[in-house]
Write a protein of this length. Structure first.
Length: 272
């Protein structure tokens, strides 16, 4: 199918979905086909106003990238190794992810930090690997426990600095998507309050875009995010990084519509 011409403007919003390890191969392909149908019919995605991507399990990436790419969306990996090749049994480097059609690489998720012991050094190395292979890193940061806005900004800014400073020491920096995910909100019944998310994101957005090479970088929110949230957030929150609440494609369409409405991009065709 042919695509409508996209505008040359930068995306005004970013919506990403991680499928984690919930879906098998065929279910993931079915999901991607449904998302592609939604994306192809959505003017805000087709115009480039909304940047939409899905991170499936790695074996599905080539086909997922092909399916989503026909509809103006994209795919990426939930993790990459910090080296591009070598004697690293079981690992997959950024060069391979790019060859498979991936355009994004998630790094530093709370589960990688907690379960696999990834620290600032490893996360910085993986961020550098994403940059040098032309992948946009989706850098996850978030405080462990609920606290003040100031404490969250301080903690998460330190995490951003640790990753990006190490990455810059290894090569040129590039655009980064920071996914602000309070660790205490991941998997919770409800996200953090809109007021809290907005206040922390305002601080992180200002800090991130002040760093070398990060003027075009943006902050999105994850952590039990779902329908009904994006319209209640400050403009410093560029979008959402979604998990289980977007595993139903109908819910994802609702979120795309809400995002487009927030930006003044919603048309009758998108809302139909």
């Amino acid at each position: 199918m042919s695509l409508p011409a996209k505008t040359a403007t930068k995306p005004k919003a970013i919506i990403g979905v991680s499928l984690k390890m919930y879906f098998g191969y065929e279910r993931t392909l079915e999901y991607c086909r449904e998302v592609a149908t939604i994306a192809f019919a959505h003017p805000a995605v087709q115009s480039g106003g909304i940047e939409l991507f899905v991170l499936p399990t790695l074996p599905v990436l080539p086909e997922a990238a092909r399916i989503l790419g026909t509809a103006g969306a994209a795919a990426g990996a939930q993790d990459i190794f910090w080296e591009d090749e070598g004697p690293y049994t079981g690992e997959v480097g950024g060069r391979t992810v790019a060859e498979l059609g991936g355009r994004y690489a998630e790094v530093g998720h709370a589960e990688r930090r907690r379960i696999f012991g990834e620290d600032d050094r490893i996360i910085g190395l993986k961020t550098a690997a994403a940059y040098r292979n032309g992948l946009t890193p989706v850098l996850c940061v978030g405080e462990l426990q609920p606290g003040s806005v100031e404490e969250a900004i301080r903690t998460c800014s330190a995490d951003i600095d640790a990753a990006l400073n190490r990455a810059r020491s290894l090569g040129p920096a590039a655009r980064t998507i920071v996914a602000y995910e309070p660790q205490w909100a991941i998997g919770a019944p409800e996200p953090a309050t809109p007021e809290y998310i907005s206040a922390v994101s305002v601080g992180l957005d200002a800090h991130l875009r002040s760093l070398p090479g990060q003027a075009d970088s943006r902050v999105i929110y994850g952590g039990s995010a779902g329908p009904g949230l994006i319209g209640r957030l400050d403009d410093a929150v560029a979008g959402l990084f979604l998990g289980r609440f977007a595993h139903d494609p109908k819910a994802l369409k609702t979120i795309l519509d809400e995002t487009a409405e927030r930006l003044g991009l919603l048309s009758g065709r998108a809302a139909a």
